[in-house]
Design a protein. Structure first.
Length: 450
């Protein structure tokens, strides 16, 4: 069997480029500052030689304090921190100074340093993948693929992203003002008029829909999926809690107004009028730009891959529904991760994916029992189970509350309060809608008769 060492490529670097950049930094003058140019390109851990990393850290500290970065100052800084010997001593600093490139070459050589570092990281990721294949059994292959994919996604998304989101505030201001002349269309809708009036879901937003069990989270988010797909927006649903048959029955019930109970029972329970209603809906349902993923094991990298695939096919990123976030897995699965750490990692990754792909991601989430010990049993954002990171990362949080779930004889039977507990694009408020859970759907109060 071929060993991992025999297929792993040797680390690559350009020590000449590293010396040229550091030398230029050591030759800086008040009128010539190469450190800023290099720092825009070279990231942490990009240096191949450990001694060069030490010298660069000293240069960066001095530059950040607006102090000179010439040889004498860098030597003094290294002596102060006790790192002069690790950096190669005064002889090494003098050698670097003689290797300095010109001012016009700093960005070129800094690009080589960063590029070779990226190549080494790619080699390391692929090497870990090869080693993993020699240590696992056939049943672990899906996990191994997710782990390697997670590494590659991280490398692909990280490279160049810092500069892509960096620049002077005013450089695009005129274009922004020009864009304000046209009405900005929300990237996603809920299909509920009153809720859409207060909650504007923009590209890159993560929206959390939370509630205790049986409050109608799945009915609400499936309705959101159908509303977006019906409006022509590509839509993706990750259903980890319900399988294909159950989701299909809920969609048929919601669109055809056929009792969900009769659909679940099937056979003689379905009346001729039920079949007629469903047949009328089939042409529209078949053509919907709606993609479904019923896998019980979903990680952030899987979500990213699905978004990218649909965006290539549809020409725009999809609206994404995840039901529900606490059932997701991390890309780097660890038995030592607590539920809090796992959900926090997933929340942060979903936020990054939404921003990078410009998708809107709507996540169902469970609440803890805090609301059940509260007067009126009203939920609060602080009730989100397993992670405060969800609250931090979300652009909007909708909490579902039904009085009739606790008091069936309530005068508000059939109503659902959608408590918008967080809304970065608007105000927090409560929107009251109607539920028709026998049809698996939630409607505006004005639509109750339709």
């Amino acid at each position: 069997m071929t060993s991992a060492a025999s297929v792993e490529a040797p680390p690559v670097a350009s020590t000449e480029a590293e010396d040229a950049v550091l030398g230029a930094c050591l030759m800086a003058t008040p009128s010539y500052d190469p450190v800023a140019d290099a720092a825009r390109i070279i990231g942490e851990g990009d240096w191949y030689r450990p001694a060069n990393e030490v010298v660069w850290a000293a240069v960066a500290r001095l530059h950040g304090a607006s102090r000179p970065t010439g040889v004498p100052m860098v030597e003094a800084e290294l002596r102060r921190t006790g790192d002069l010997e690790r950096a190669g001593g005064m002889v090494r600093l003098s050698q670097l100074a003689t290797a300095a490139c010109t001012s016009g070459e700093v960005e070129h050589y800094a690009g080589l340093v960063h590029g070779y570092a990226a190549l080494r990281r790619l080699q390391a990721a692929l090497g870990r993948g090869v080693q993993m294949t020699q240590q696992i059994g056939p049943e672990d292959v899906p996990d191994a693929i997710r782990a390697v994919q997670g590494d590659l996604d991280y490398l692909a998304s990280g490279d160049g992203q810092a500069n892509a989101h960096y620049g002077r505030f005013g450089q695009d201001l005129h274009e922004h003002l020009k864009g304000l002349e046209t009405v900005t269309e929300a990237a996603a809708i809920t299909g509920l008029a009153d809720l859409d009036a207060v909650l504007k879901m923009l590209p890159g937003n993560v929206i959390v829909v939370a509630g205790r069990p049986a409050m109608g989270k799945s009915a609400l988010t499936l309705g959101v999926a159908l509303a977006n797909a019906s409006s022509g927006r590509p839509t993706l649903v990750h259903s980890m809690e319900m399988g294909k048959a159950e989701v299909t029955n809920r969609i048929l019930a919601a669109r055809s107004r056929v009792s969900l109970h009769r659909l679940l029972e099937g056979g003689p329970a379905l009346q001729d009028s039920d079949w007629t209603r469903m047949q009328r809906q089939l042409p529209d349902l078949v053509d919907l730009p709606l993609w479904m993923d019923y896998s019980a094991r979903v990680s952030p990298s899987r979500v990213r891959n699905r978004i990218q695939s649909i965006a290539r096919e549809a020409g725009r990123p999809p609206v994404v529904i995840i039901d529900y976030v606490q059932l997701m897995e991390t890309d780097q699965r660890s038995g030592r991760q607590s539920a809090y750490e796992r959900v926090s990692d997933i929340s942060r990754e979903l936020k990054i994916i939404a921003e990078e792909t410009e998708a809107v991601i709507i996540c169902c989430a469970q609440l803890n029992r805090g609301s059940e010990h509260r007067e009126g049993k009203l939920p609060a954002v602080s009730d989100l189970r397993d992670s405060g990171q969800l609250e931090q990362d979300a652009s909007g949080i909708i909490l579902l509350h039904r009085e009739d779930a606790y008091e069936p004889a309530s005068p508000r039977a059939g109503e659902v309060d959608l408590i918008v507990g967080k809304n970065r694009n608007g105000s927090a408020c409560t929107v009251t809608v109607a539920h028709q859970l026998h049809y698996g759907r939630i409607r505006d109060m004005s639509q109750m008769e339709s």
